[in-house]
Design a protein around this ligand. Structure first.
Ligand SMILES: [Ca+2]
Ligand SMILES: [Ca+2]
Length: 379
């Protein structure tokens, strides 16, 4: 007997998809199954394009200590969101990015405690925390960036599907900053002093494809690159500088602020830098004028809320085994399909549940674990 089926329905607050699977009592599944497992997903934020967004596209998010602050480009505070840490009250939200689906990712560190990527769903106003393996040497003000299904911070690539980490190791001095460029490359600043060497890596193999040294800078603390490979940096001298892909200086401007700690570039060509004493500098790629506003505290990290693409969720799909042997594991994955043909893996973003937890359980990342069945229940 094999009655697997899937369907996807719109609930008014998100999609729900149901997948029926069986627990088998031997590994060839020759016995009739004894339990239905219905894997159910309900989610809201992935469907964010379908209603008004709680974060405004084009605005700036700033983290300070343990809060996320949303500002307009001119510096008006829109909202304030506390960032919890699962282990301790000694916590510190550092850099931040927003995914295309509207989820907010914060690198959430605590002195002497574990580091987490904490993910905020602004539609449900809820947090999830994913432990990431310890960073050697500490993260300090390492920038967080996002490309495809991978987050980058310092010398670490974090898979957003299962939160496994890969160490990015390159010859020479270590990595103080890393940033995913709009050209699909990774831009890496060396550690130590002076921090003025930029290595450009293939995002898949981490091989160095180009390297430039920019002597005009005063210790780079923020870096970004556009689709043409132009490089934007902020430094400890309060400078914003633009270099071409060969490292030749194109433009520079002193923002009149304290030391920069961070930089973000929007897809539309705006730049925002965060400083040691909580100022935010906003400009564009031409650096013609820089608007600086103060936030309340210190060590400001910044990102833009992306302009969401105009696309509508058409279905939610679950993939995985339709039969799972007792006392074993099965992996389920969820994907959302949009009306323009795009698909996005949302396994780590949805809520997984079972119709019955008598014979099995499922975790936040879609891993199903089945129990030993009782002999008497075999048929
Ligand atoms: Ca930085
Ligand atoms: Ca940033």
């Amino acid at each position: 007997m094999n009655a697997r089926s899937t369907f996807s329905e719109w609930l008014g607050s998100g999609f729900r998809s149901v997948y029926e699977a069986n627990i088998c009592s031997d590994d060839r599944c020759t016995f009739t199954t004894i339990a239905w497992l219905v894997v159910v997903i309900v989610f809201g934020a992935v469907c964010s394009q379908m209603w008004a967004a709680p974060l405004t596209p084009g605005n700036i998010l700033v983290t300070q200590y343990n809060h996320v602050l949303e500002y307009t480009l001119s510096g008006e505070l829109v909202q304030e969101i506390p960032v919890p840490h699962p282990d301790t009250s000694r916590r510190d939200a550092t850099d931040i990015v927003v995914s295309e689906q509207g989820f907010v990712y914060v690198f959430n560190i605590a002195p002497f405690d574990k580091d987490y990527i904490s993910v905020y769903d602004p539609f449900n106003e809820s947090w999830r925390h994913h432990y990431v393996a310890a960073q050697s040497g500490g993260i300090s003000d390492g920038d967080l960036s996002l490309m495809g299904n991978t987050l980058y911070v310092r010398a670490t690539a974090i898979n957003m599907h299962d939160y496994s980490t890969t160490t990015i190791s390159i010859p020479g001095r270590g990595i103080s900053e890393i940033s995913a460029g709009y050209d699909g490359r990774l831009y890496v600043v060396n550690s130590g002093s002076p921090a003025n060497s930029i290595r450009i890596l293939d995002a898949e193999t981490f091989e160095i494809v180009n390297q430039v040294t920019v002597f005009e800078t005063n210790y780079i603390r923020g870096i970004a690159a556009d689709g043409a490979g132009q490089i934007y940096v902020t430094d400890l001298g309060g400078n914003i500088l633009v270099f071409d892909k060969t490292g030749k200086l194109q433009r520079e401007k002193n923002a009149g602020t304290s030391s920069f700690y961070d930089l973000d570039l929007s897809a539309g060509g705006r730049l925002a830098g965060g400083t040691r004493f909580g100022e935010i500098a906003v400009t564009d790629t031409l650096l013609e004028s820089v608007n600086v506003f103060s936030t309340r505290g210190s060590e400001a990290y910044v990102c833009f809320v992306p302009e969401w693409p105009l696309r509508i969720v058409s279905s939610l799909e679950i993939a995985g085994p339709n039969e799972v042997v007792e006392n074993s594991e099965g992996q389920y994955c969820a994907s959302v399909h949009y009306d323009n043909g795009d698909s996005v893996d949302v396994t780590s973003l949805v809520e997984w549940s079972l119709s019955s937890e008598t014979y099995a359980s499922i975790d936040d990342l879609g891993k199903l674990t089945t129990q030993l069945l009782l002999n008497g229940e075999h048929t």
